[in-house]
Design a protein around this ligand. Structure first.
Ligand code: CP
Ligand code: NVA
Length: 300
C-alpha cells in the first residue's frame, strides 16, 4: 500500500490486513513488546485544522515504531501563505519518509500524492476520514466479533465521517443505514456505489434507520470549517440524535460510537454517551493501533 488517501482505494483484503495488524500491534503494546519497525523514519504531520486524537495518536504511533514525528501547522508553513502544493510535495519528499495531512479539500491530499514521492496519509478532509473509520471497524470487530452482516446506522450530518463509514462498512459486508435531514445527505457518488455494492439505505427517519442496528454512530452537526452555520444547523438537525428513543429500536446490545469531539445534548445525549463510554473510548484508543498498522503498511 503506497498511500491512504481514501477507503475507496483499498480492497476488502487490504482493510482486513490493516485490522489484523492493528490487533497484533495493540496486543504487543499492552504486553510491553516493542517494535521499532520504522527506526530512522520521519513522518511530517501537516494540520490545516485542529486535532487532539489524530495529532497525538500519530505522534505516539511514530515514537512506538521507533521513528520521529514532525508537527507542521499550516499557520507556520509557506503552504499557508500560498506556496503551491506541487512544490511543497516535492520539497517535503526530499526530507521526510511520509506525510499525514489534515486539510479541507480532498484534491490537496491527492495532489500531494501525485507530485510527491513519499507515502501520503489522509488525516481528514471535508470529503472523508479514512483513519478514523479503520479504527472504527477495528473497534466494532473487537466488540462484536465480526463485521459481516452487522447493521451500522449513522445518524446526523452526511459529512466526511458518513462518507468513510459507508465505504468501509459496505466493503466489509456490513448493512449500512443513514438518517439525515433532506439536503444533508452523504456524497451522491458514494451513495450510488453503496447501493450497487451492498445493503445501503438513506432516509430522513432516525427510527427507521436505527431499527435493529448493531452499531449506532453519530458525529457533530457542524464540522470544522462550518462554524458560521452552527446555529442554523442546530435547528435543522434537532432530533438527529442518539438518544433513548433511537436506542429502544436498535438491538438490545447495540454499540454506540462517536469519532469525537462530541457535543452532548446535540448529536448524542449525555446519558447515552456515558452509558457507552467504554466503546467510545476504546474507539478513540484504537486510532493509535490502527494508524500504526497504516504507517507500517505505507512506510516500511
Ligand atoms: N476523531 C478525530 O479525528 O479527532 P481529532 O479531531 O481530535 O483528531
Ligand atoms: N466531521 C467532523 C469530524 C471530526 C473528527 C469534522 O470534520 O469536524
Amino acid at each position: 500500500m503506497k498511500h491512504l488517501l481514501k477507503l475507496m482505494d483499498l480492497s476488502e483484503k487490504e482493510i482486513v490486513e490493516i485490522l489484523n495488524l492493528a490487533d497484533q500491534l495493540k496486543y504487543e503494546k499492552k504486553n510491553g513488546i516493542e517494535h521499532h519497525i520504522l527506526k530512522g523514519k520521519t513522518l511530517g504531520l501537516i494540520f490545516e485544522k485542529s486535532s487532539t486524537r489524530t495529532r497525538v495518536s500519530f505522534e505516539v504511533g511514530m515514537y512506538d515504531l521507533g521513528g520521529n514525528a514532525l508537527f507542521l501547522s499550516s499557520r507556520d508553513l509557506q503552504i499557508g501563505r500560498g506556496e503551491p502544493v506541487q512544490d511543497t510535495a516535492r520539497v517535503l519528499s526530499r526530507y521526510l519518509d511520509g506525510i499525514m495531512i489534515r486539510t479541507y479539500a480532498q484534491e490537496e491530499v491527492e495532489d500531494l500524492a501525485k507530485y510527491g514521492s513519499i507515502p501520503i496519509i489522509n488525516g481528514l478532509t471535508d470529503y472523508c476520514h479514512p483513519c478514523q473509520v479503520l479504527a472504527d471497524l477495528m473497534t466494532i470487530r473487537e466488540h462484536k466479533g465480526v463485521l459481516k452482516g452487522k447493521k451500522l446506522c449513522y445518524i446526523g450530518d452526511g459529512n466526511n465521517m458518513t462518507n468513510s463509514l459507508i465505504v468501509g462498512g459496505i466493503k466489509m459486508g456490513m448493512e449500512v443505514s443513514v438518517a439525515c435531514p433532506k439536503g444533508y445527505e452523504p456524497d451522491a457518488e458514494i451513495m450510488k456505489w453503496a447501493s450497487e455494492n451492498g445493503s445501503f439505505t438513506c432516509t430522513d427517519s432516525v427510527l427507521e434507520a436505527a431499527k435493529d442496528a448493531d452499531v449506532l454512530y453519530t458525529d457533530v452537526w457542524a464540522s470544522m470549517g462550518q462554524e458560521a452555520e452552527a446555529e442554523e444547523r442546530k435547528k435543522i438537525f434537532a432530533g438527529y440524535q442518539i438518544n433513548s428513543d433511537a436506542m429502544a429500536v436498535a438491538h438490545a446490545d447495540a454499540m454506540v460510537m462517536h469519532c469525537l469531539p462530541a457535543h452532548r445534548g446535540e448529536e448524542i445525549t449525555e446519558e447515552v454517551l456515558e452509558a457507552h463510554a467504554d466503546e467510545i473510548f476504546d474507539e478513540a484508543e484504537n486510532r493509535l493501533h490502527a494508524q500504526k498498522a497504516v504507517l507500517v503498511k505505507c512506510m516500511l
